[in-house]
Design a protein around this ligand. Structure first.
Ligand code: TYD
Ligand code: MG
Length: 399
């Protein structure tokens, strides 16, 4: 008998959320929690907090009655146990197993049958079925395939931890993205305590949420008010600092954009450094300032960064960046009650941005009084004075 296709009307089964992770920011990114039988790749640089977050989520799932197995190929059972004790994650229902042999781990899984299994990390695993040595791309792929097949067959939610190097080469895991259901990127600056969690692929929901967490003495905690946190360390009265109301994921967030422009003796070796910002956007904004504001940077080192280790990739940050550069170059100070948002075009025009009213509500909530916005923007919340600008040269007169 030929197979019978299904009407699309009945085809969409709601993937039941199996496990809320107990970390609100992680659940936000996952769209509620981990799905039964799903495989999640958690990538991030060494030291960013991957082992910490998986331990915390296992503890909270176990407290809610689900059993979890952490398989560690990097640390001893003792080491994981000590960290768990420090985090208060030494909960009955979280088991740990030190092993790196896939076949023997699958046998353990058959015996234990947890709701969630964590493999920390996928790069340390090896399988006899692949010819190559542990850590090679071929091995990593074979191991991930074996765990994925097991997860699907037995309905065990699985998290594969993968190390990413600074250059973004996952030394393997990037080749896994198509195998798994969800890819989470855990990032931040190791020297700052803030961490950002993004889904770059998510078979069960949207990929435009960002989770914000803070690494503390007792593990990672969710940050509900990121804007406030970013503004806490702000020094007012210095040149080169501008606040921009940006959209991260679906949330408005106020971030501080800083720049430092220094005249140098040897213009042959000019430095251009963008941290947390796209270096191409920096180049464009510098070119526009030169052309339309008559402000050359051809004998200046230029540094621009986003405070707090956050990465900004929306053009709405252009205007704030332009003002920060202008202010540092000229040595002027931007009033501390002012924010700026808008995209800067190659013709020196200031272009509209999406979600303006949500951005401006956040601006007002945090007590700012004035906002430079693209001309033609609708009015803002009460108490916030909007200053519409249509060109970059108009805008810099406020710096
Ligand atoms: P870890 O989870 O081991 O990182 P990864 O698995 O991604 O390599 O976390 C590493 C860092 O986090 C380590 O330098 C110490 C710090 N840390 C804290 O600040 N607080 C804590 O409670 C824990 C467990 C770790
Ligand atoms: Mg680790």
């Amino acid at each position: 008998m030929p197979a019978v296709p299904v009407s699309l009307q009945h085809a969409a089964q709601d993937p039941t959320v199996l496990l809320a992770t107990g970390l609100p920011e992680l659940d936000r990114v996952l769209g509620g929690g981990l799905v039964r039988g799903s495989v999640t790749l958690l990538g991030g640089e060494p030291g960013i907090g991957k082992s910490t977050i998986v331990l915390q989520l296992c503890a909270s799932i176990a407290r809610a009655g689900g059993s979890c197995l952490i398989v560690t190929g990097e640390e001893s059972v003792d080491q994981v146990g000590r960290r768990a004790a420090r985090l208060g994650a030494n909960v009955e229902g979280v088991m740990v197993h030190a092993d790196s042999d896939v076949e023997s781990i699958l046998a353990v899984l058959d015996h234990v049958r947890p709701k969630l299994v964590v493999i920390d990390s996928i790069q340390t695993m090896s399988t006899a079925s692949a010819g190559s040595a542990a850590g090679t791309v071929g091995q990593v792929r074979e191991c991930a395939q074996a765990f994925t097949a097991y997860a699907k067959q037995h309905g065990v939610a699985s998290i594969l931890v993968g190390h990413v190097t600074k250059e973004g080469s996952l030394a393997g895991p990037r080749v896994l993205e198509h195998l798994v259901d969800t890819v989470l990127e855990f990032e931040g600056d190791r020297h700052h305590s803030l961490r950002f969690l993004r889904a770059v692929k998510h078979r069960f929901g949207s990929t435009d949420e960002v989770g914000v967490l803070e690494m503390t003495e007792t593990g990672l905690s969710s940050v509900a008010d990121a804007s406030q946190l970013f503004l806490d360390d702000r020094r007012s009265g210095v040149s080169g600092s501008v606040i921009a109301p940006l959209i991260q994921g679906r949330r408005p967030m106020l971030v501080e954009i800083q720049s430092l422009v220094n005249a140098v003796q040897q213009p042959a070796q000019l430095r251009r450094l963008a941290q947390g910002l796209d270096s191409n956007r920096l180049a464009v904004v510098l070119a526009v300032l030169t052309k339309y504001c008559g402000l050359p940077f051809n004998s200046h080192d230029v540094y621009a960064s986003v405070v707090g280790g956050i990465r900004v990739d929306e053009p709405g940050a252009d205007l704030a960046l332009a003002l920060a550069l202008f202010s540092s170059r000229k040595g002027t100070v931007i009033s501390s009650d002012l924010v700026a948002v808008g995209e800067v075009g190659l013709g020196g025009e200031v272009r509209k941005v999406s979600h303006l009213s949500r951005r401006l509500n956040e601006v007002a909530r945090l007590g700012f009084r004035r906002a430079l916005v693209p001309k033609g923007s609708p009015s803002g919340p009460e108490g916030l004075k909007l200053i519409p600008v249509s060109t970059i040269s108009e805008a810099v007169s406020y710096s």
